[in-house]
Design a protein around this ligand. Sequence first.
Ligand SMILES: Nc1ncnc2c1ncn2[C@@H]1O[C@H](Cn2cc(CNC(=O)c3cc([N+](=O)[O-])cc(O)c3O)nn2)[C@@H](O)[C@H]1O
Ligand SMILES: [Mg+2]
Length: 216
Amino acid sequence: TLTQSTRPQRLLSAVQKNATRGDPCSVVRAIDDFCRHKEWAMNVGDEKGCILDSVVSEMNPAAVLELGTYCGYSTVRIARLLPPDAKFITLEFNPGFAAIARQVIAWAGLEEKVQLVEGASGDWIPKIKEQFGIKTFDLVFLDHWKDRYLPDTKLMEECGLLRKGSVLLADNVICPGTPDYLEYIRSSPKYESRYFKSHLEYTKVEDGLEKSIFLG
Ligand SMILES: Nc1ncnc2c1ncn2[C@@H]1O[C@H](Cn2cc(CNC(=O)c3cc([N+](=O)[O-])cc(O)c3O)nn2)[C@@H](O)[C@H]1O
Ligand SMILES: [Mg+2]
């Protein structure tokens, strides 16, 4: 029987065909080329990716959390910029996507820098402190189900995973949009928020990243 491949499997094949093993930038480039010229996929992309890069580089974070690994595109973008002993946890709900992401991350040669955890963010956030020996996160990248941004942010606050100065960087606050999260984070006295206008990955549609600093 002809086995149908999934889009993430075709994305991985494009990485293995076009990117150089151990070269994270070539992996990022291969995914962007595939998604721009062959098949669109919901990676943060190259335009918003540069904003992500600048936030990561500016913070030089010791502990990073990513919600929604998908194929590992933003995981590779972030991990390639981290200091050697940084802790980086990325949560992925879908085992099929997690399996692809592990191979993309390995192709980039970054498997030592990333801990990919399979499961739902709502289940894992309360367990992170004890399971991974992490006190607080310096940076959290939110890119998972848009209706989980707000509950997971409140959960991170309750679990004491944020400290004064922790940064939340949220993808897709315009498209597909995260209205309840934006309303909360922009009106809460606990956060200082700024919107970075950009475009939905590989399109001309407006989208952007919301960068919010936890004030404690
Ligand atoms: N609570 C969760 N915990 C862990 N992983 C999760 C959770 N929710 C979704 N995921 C995983 O994120 C991955 C990717 N994903 C992201 C979304 C939400 N993001 C989008 O829907 C999206 C959609 C568009 N879009 O439609 O143009 C553009 C984007 O940049 C997006 O991030 N849904 N699945 C998937 O593998 C899913 O299993
Ligand atoms: Mg996104």
